[in-house]
Structures are given as structure tokens and as C-alpha cells.
Design a binder for this molecule. Structure first.
Ligand code: 13P
Ligand code: SF4
Length: 312
């Protein structure tokens, strides 16, 4: 790291101490942020950390819905996101007003709404329970047997969960713009080049890609799968930040990025908006911070707490 980088890290660590802050980072963050974080993980691990932290300030290096989730669980704490424009295409694919109208229009179905955590506080507030990719199968298995299930917003994750649980669900037609860029052809090609390497894919990928995978799992489970597996090389079909986490934890193994039709690996433009400089500035000014009306927060907390209870 450059001298400038070292100074920046020192500044961040000093501000962190001064603010009594914890730095939480998603597995898709850039290498420099992962290295300065107190905890790096998937959405489930980050939610658990956010629900148990003793810090006064949560510096959330991820995307908006993740920091909003931390605020939902910690109304009295300051939650900061280095770049407020770090959004999520999947979350954007299900505006709360659209879900509300849909539920009204289909009131006869009396839906039990299961929302993937990649959604806004407004969508969470309309849901019965939240899930992540790490616990979706378990959560859907616990949903009331006598209710019609509506799964929002990711149709690909929802389809995978239907196959895993055998539980029919109606699916919102949302998708992650990063994961749908992997195609059957692009993954088949890399698999032919590395026939010895198991293919590990995130469940936000399309069914066509998932069918080529040896393992479909959350980003955190990718770590334990590759640790436990005897293979020396793996093809990783998810966002590029994951490769850093895998290489850091398993330096003796080789991780090959799953390519898209256009690129050798896939970056989430939202996750990559956060930088060390923006993190330093946010810890300094405690802005941008996440705020929401208390009535919305309190309603959104109910399905979040139920998820944490069912995941324990
Ligand atoms: P994980 O919960 O598996 O880390 O996934 C989060 C995400 O945004 C995937 O695109
Ligand atoms: Fe959202 Fe996809 Fe980026 Fe994950 S990778 S934060 S689902 S846009």
C-alpha cells in the first residue's frame, strides 16, 4: 500500500477509536475496505453483527439497504454509509408503492410476504419475514403452511428456494443486474478451460447458470465450501470483491472469476462506490447518515427480528 494509503488507514483507525465506531464491510467491498473493517461478511452475518454491536457508530461499507437494515435494528445509533448513492438494482426493482398496490389488488390471496433483505425499509415494513441468501431455505421452510407465499424482489433466488424447499411461491419479477450478466455460455466456456475446478455460484444467478454449478450458496457459505473442498481451484460466479476475501482466507488455493459475455469478472457499480477516502470523511463528519421515520423503522423491525429469531 502507498504511504498515502497507510496514512489514510491510520486516520480511519484513529477516527474509529475516537467515535467508538465499528466498521462493517460486505464481501463485495474493495480490498482496501475489507482490510480495514472489523467484520467482513454476507448480509446475514452483517445483520447479526449490527444487532449485537456495542459501538455508538456503525460505519457500514456496503449498499444502502444494508445500512438501512443496521439502522432498523439500532434506532439509537448513528449509522453511516460512505456513499449515499451506493444503491442496489434488485432493491430498486421493487418499489414499496408497487408492492403495496400489488398486495391490495391480490387481497384475496392473503399473501404471507417473504422479502429478501435486498429491499428498502418500505418493502420490509410490508413484509411478514425477511431472509438472506444464507437462510432463505430455512426461513421459507418455517413459513405458515396454510398461507400463499409471495417472495420479493429476486425471482432467481426465489426460484432456487422453490426447488430447494418444494414450497410453491409467487415471485416478484426483480433481478440483480450483476448476477444476470453471467450466461450459460460464459460459464460453460470457463468450465471447459478449468475442468478440475468446481463452479460455485450465487443464487441470484439465472437458473441456466445455476444448473452448471457444483454449489449454489451465499457469499459466506462460499468461504466454508471452498475451505472444506479438496479441490485446489474454484470458479467463483458472483461479484468480484468475493475473490479478495477468498484469496485472503485461502492463499494456497486458486480462485477464478466467473466471466460475463463482456468482462473477465463482474463488478457491482454500487458496491464499488465506497472508497477509503469516503469512509474517512464519513467517520469524520458522521455523514451521510441513515435516517427514517420511527413508524416505518418500527414496522420494518418486526420481520427483521423474526428472521434473526428463526436463524438463531
Ligand atoms: P450475500 O448475502 O450472499 O452476501 O448477498 C448479498 C448480495 O447483495 C448479493 O448480490
Ligand atoms: Fe444489489 Fe446486485 Fe449489487 Fe448485490 S450485486 S448489491 S444484489 S446490485
Amino acid at each position: 500500500m502507498s504511504t498515502l494509503g497507510v496514512d489514510l488507514v491510520e486516520e480511519i483507525l484513529a477516527l474509529k477509536k475516537q467515535r467508538n465506531a465499528v466498521i462493517l464491510a460486505h464481501n463485495y467491498q474493495v480490498k482496501e475496505i475489507q482490510e480495514v473493517a472489523d467484520f467482513v461478511g454476507d448480509s446475514l452475518g452483517l445483520s447479526i453483527q449490527a444487532s449485537t454491536t456495542q459501538a455508538d457508530v456503525i460505519a457500514f461499507c456496503g449498499v444502502h439497504f444494508m445500512s438501512e437494515t443496521a439502522k432498523i435494528l439500532n434506532p439509537s445509533k448513528k449509522v453511516i454509509l460512505p456513499d449515499l448513492d451506493a444503491g442496489c438494482s434488485l432493491s430498486d426493482s421493487c418499489p414499496a408503492e408497487d408492492l403495496e398496490s400489488y398486495l391490495k389488488k391480490h387481497a384475496d390471496k392473503n399473501y404471507y410476504v417473504i422479502a429478501y433483505i435486498n429491499c428498502s425499509a418500505g418493502v420490509k415494513a410490508l413484509s411478514d419475514v425477511i431472509c438472506t441468501s444464507g437462510n432463505a431455505v430455512r426461513i421459507v421452510n418455517r413459513a405458515p403452511a396454510d398461507r400463499n407465499l409471495l417472495f420479493v424482489p429476486d425471482q432467481n433466488l426465489g426460484q432456487w428456494v422453490i426447488e430447494q424447499t418444494g414450497r410453491p411461491m409467487d415471485l416478484w419479477k426483480g433481478a440483480c443486474y450483476v448476477h444476470v450478466e453471467f450466461t450459460r455460455q460464459s460459464i460453460q466456456k470457463i468450465r471447459e478451460a478449468h475442468p478440475e475446478a468446481p463452479v460455485v455460484a450465487h443464487p441470484e444467478c439465472t437458473t441456466a447458470v445455476r444448473l452448471l454449478a457444483d454449489e449454489v450458496c451465499s457469499t459466506e457459505r462460499m468461504i466454508s465450501y471452498c475451505k472444506d473442498h479438496p479441490a485446489h481451484a474454484f470458479i467463483i460466479v458472483t461479484e468480484s470483491g468475493m475473490l479478495h476475501r477468498l484469496r485472503r482466507e485461502m492463499p494456497a488455493k486458486t480462485f477464478i472469476p466467473g466471466p460475463t459475455e463482456l468482462c473477465a469478472c463482474a463488478d457491482c457499480r454500487y458496491m464499488k462506490r465506497n472508497t477509503l477516502e469516503k469512509l474517512r470523511d464519513a467517520l469524520h463528519s458522521l455523514e451521510p447518515s441513515i435516517e427514517m421515520p420511527e413508524s416505518l423503522r418500527a414496522r420494518a423491525e418486526i420481520p427483521m427480528r423474526l428472521m434473526l429469531e428463526w436463524s438463531a
